[in-house]
Write a protein that binds this ligand. Structure first.
Ligand code: SF4
Ligand code: SF4
Length: 343
């Protein structure tokens, strides 16, 4: 029997909690497949490796792949594959959801008549930017190309949803598609990310959080303790990994002893010169929970970054090193000029 809207949304909630992810994703995927008149899905990836979705699900959950690839009204479009047919907006019975794992060429616009995918985006119900590169620019796309794609959406009032991550947790995509289909546009943060999945910093549910609170730090890899001094960027990373982990809940970056590199943030991977393992600033956390309380209270806001070796300082200044400053400085999505320097 098909799931009710309420039941689907309950399973979407499970994808954002520490619940049984795979059964939740399967139910949502089936519900989308069975829903009469479900929005068509156009998956645009120009020569990519589909790293953000298909490979993971193919290994972890083949039956879910079957729903996604066969039973969904899904058009996968790669303009670099010889002979592939371009999706035509007129061929869809209703506005599609466009998943942008690649970005259309800069300047592509429906008015130009030159880029069919631009026309499809212009008539979409929503555009999902999939992966950190597509969300902010990076190795495959520049910040200017991201802006161009955003402008394309804005011109046609197409809601943008960003799902960053290296890679994107697959349940973020399945859950977002379920929410879009059965409820609407989810609550988004200022980077257009669903609050459901990106509303908390990684520290909040990290198993080493109590060590952060108590000022107990690992000084070298393999040590017990909070990994802040080894470059962990959990305080500025917004993602759900600490709660849901990876590989069917097997483990995750910090659980395996590796610092979080804040792969879901606009500054990734340079983080304004800190790089993957450069240390965030520290404010002498000491015993008690003042540091954590600040992290909880400010989320993004007031965490100052310092170059590696300078130490830590959690400042009460509204520095917001990666986000607002990046926007103010011509949207330097790599954050190279946007991070507060050594303090
Ligand atoms: S800084 Fe890293 S290791 Fe420490 S609590 Fe935050 S996420 Fe966990
Ligand atoms: S723990 Fe950090 S680096 Fe690892 S996947 Fe999550 S956000 Fe990315």
């Amino acid at each position: 029997m098909p799931l009710t809207r309420r039941e689907v949304l309950k399973w979407v909630g499970v994808t954002a909690a520490a619940g049984p992810l795979l059964p939740a994703m399967e139910r949502i995927a089936h519900a989308i497949a069975e829903r009469p008149g479900a929005a068509p899905i156009v998956w645009y990836n120009a020569g990519g490796d589909h790293n953000n979705f298909l490979a993971q699900l193919g290994h972890a959950f083949p039956s879910l792949m079957e729903s996604a690839a066969i039973r969904w009204n899904l058009v996968s479009y790669d303009p670099l594959v010889p002979g592939v047919r371009e999706p035509s907006p007129d061929s869809f019975s209703s506005a599609p959801i466009v998943i942008l794992e690649s970005l259309p060429p800069s300047g592509a616009d429906a008015a130009d008549g030159g880029e069919p995918i631009a026309t499809v985006i212009g008539r979409a119900k929503a555009a999902i930017f999939l992966g950190t590169d597509a969300c902010y620019g990076g190795t495959r796309w520049t910040a200017a190309e991201v802006e161009s794609a955003e402008a394309l959406c804005r011109r046609s009032n197409v809601p943008m949803i960003k799902l960053p991550g290296v890679p994107v947790p697959p349940h973020h995509l399945i859950g977002t598609l379920g929410y879009l289909e059965f409820r609407g546009i989810p609550d988004l943060d200022r980077f257009q990310r669903p609050q459901l999945y990106y509303g908390e910093t990684v520290c909040m549910r990290c198993e080493r959080r109590w060590q952060l609170e108590n000022g107990e730090y690992a000084e070298s890899f393999g040590d017990a303790g909070c990994l802040l001094r080894l470059g962990c960027k959990g305080p500025i990373a917004h993602n759900s990994c600490a709660a849901q982990r990876w590989n069917g809940g097997e483990n995750w970056c910090v659980g395996a002893g590796g610092p979080c590199t804040a792969c879901s943030e606009p500054g990734y991977p340079l983080h304004g010169g800190l790089g993957l393992y450069g240390r965030l600033a520290e404010g002498g956390p000491g015993p008690g929970s003042s540091t954590l309380n600040r992290i909880r209270a400010i989320g993004w806001g007031f965490v100052a970054l310092a170059a590696a070796g300078v130490g830590l300082k959690l400042a009460h200044e509204a520095i917001d090193p990666i986000g607002q400053a990046a926007k103010a400085s011509g949207r330097d999505r790599r954050g190279s000029s946007s991070v507060q320097g050594p303090t």
